[in-house]
Design a protein around this ligand. Structure first.
Ligand code: 2PG
Ligand code: MG
Length: 401
């Protein structure tokens, strides 16, 4: 019924104005799915390979499409993703590109759901999913690789952990974003926005903490539930492997000092969430920090784990982190992303389904988060490519998809 009739690939724009891969999958019975690959700026060293768009499309047309059309059922996601792996033959999608692979994988899932007449989250997660929702972590101030001349820490996140519904959480994050705009204005600090729509003021990290803490408190008072503060430090981008130091402008920290600094920040700001507090090869430092503060905050590996079950298993064995960031394009298929969530969940780690800094209107990750019962989703606060996912969560909660 869901046998794939055609796969079309094209070059479309992402939110940074760069080209990316979009895939259309059509089934014999008329089911249709369309999806597009996102793209990172602060990419991890161990991510699956994103090829230049034209190359990825040509390679996928040559190697993957013939293995899918007339061969594989879109409703069987494992078969679709196995065909993608089989057509590539490497363990990092360096032949067809993880950008082509993920676009096809997600488009096939949507085509499968379309044939079934079921919402995507239900096709992926089953009929008992759809009652619990992830807490949206909203990027409200940022710098690093997402905005030059702004903060050293890449993302300051609003974490509306006490919100009674996903809709109230989404609106609370937007209110924090707006309040920060006012606070910056009051201080006379001009601010543009970074790649993900967060404010990108030229202030130091300490000032950003002050402003974000005040804004989350103000909005929490208004809405009547708890809003915590989270961070994506993206520490690999601050780390100089030659000198073995983290550089925050003129301030340098050794790996041991970096762990101390992160532990101090967790206590000083009662941080609800910290992503990539140390660089991507430092499992020991991550484990040390987890031992020290893992009982009171979510310590999430992004560049550390790259949605890869082998790296995640190492983290589990070594006690490095208590959460994993899940980005389908880091690993190339939905099946691999779901495997990472399931391994994490079985071992008591939280899954945080995530966007990339370069995005499209594609809202697959909203469905993936609901389908896998992920406790968190990180997908920005404002801007059309971010609200595409946030609004989809609101629709899923209302049974309106
Ligand atoms: O580091 C991250 O978590 C992401 C998304 O916020 O950024 P990028 O897509 O640039 O890797
Ligand atoms: Mg990150």
């Amino acid at each position: 019924m869901t046998l794939i009739r055609s796969v079309s690939l094209r070059r479309i724009l992402d939110s940074r104005g760069n080209p990316t891969v979009e895939a259309d999958v059509l089934t014999e019975s008329g089911g249709f799915g369309r999806a597009a690959a996102p793209s990172g700026a602060s990419t991890g060293e161990y991510e699956a390979i994103e090829l230049p768009t034209g190359e990825a499309i040509a390679a996928a047309r040559q190697h993957a499409v013939p293995r899918l059309v007339g061969e594989v059922h879109a409703g069987n996601q494992r078969d679709v993703d196995a065909a993608l792996h089989g057509s590539d033959g490497t363990d990092d999608f360096s032949i067809i590109g993880a950008n082509s692979a993920v676009a096809i994988s997600m488009a096939a899932a949507k085509a499968g759901a379309d044939v079934l007449g079921a919402p995507l989250f239900q096709h992926l997660g089953g009929t008992f999913r759809g009652d619990s929702f992830p807490v949206p972590l909203g990027n409200v101030v940022g710098g690093g690789e997402h905005a030059k001349e702004a903060t050293h820490i890449q993302e300051f996140l609003a974490a509306p952990i006490g919100a009674p519904s996903v809709s109230e959480a989404v609106f609370a994050n937007a209110a924090v974003h707006e309040r920060i705009g006012e606070l910056l204005d009051e201080r006379g600090v001009p601010a543009g926005k970074g790649d993900e729509g967060a404010w990108a003021p030229a202030v130091d990290d300490a000032t950003a903490f002050e402003i974000v803490a005040q804004a989350t408190e103000d909005v929490a008072d208004d809405v009547g539930f708890d809003i915590g503060v989270g961070l994506d430090v993206a520490a690999s981008e601050l780390y100089d492997p030659e000198d073995e130091v983290y550089r925050y402008g003129d301030v340098e920290r050794t790996p041991a000092e970096q762990v101390d600094y992160m532990a101090d920040l967790v206590d000083e700001y009662d941080l609800a969430y910290v992503e990539d507090p140390v660089e991507e090869n430092d499992f020991d430092g991550f484990a040390d920090l987890t031992e020290r503060v893992g009982d009171r905050t979510v310590l999430c590996g992004d560049d550390l784990f790259v949605t890869n079950v082998e790296r995640l298993q190492r983290g589990i064995d070594e006690g490095a982190g208590n959460a994993i960031l899940v980005k389908p394009n880091q690993i190339g298929t939905l099946s691999d992303a779901v495997d990472a969530v399931e391994l994490a969940t079985r071992n008591g780690l939280d899954a945080v389904v995530s966007h990339r800094s370069g995005e499209t209107e594609d809202a697959t990750i909203a469905h993936l988060a609901v389908a896998t019962n992920a406790p968190f989703i990180k997908t920005g606060t404002v801007g059309g490519e971010r609200t595409a996912k946030l609004n989809e969560l609101i629709r899923i909660a209302e049974d309106a998809v």
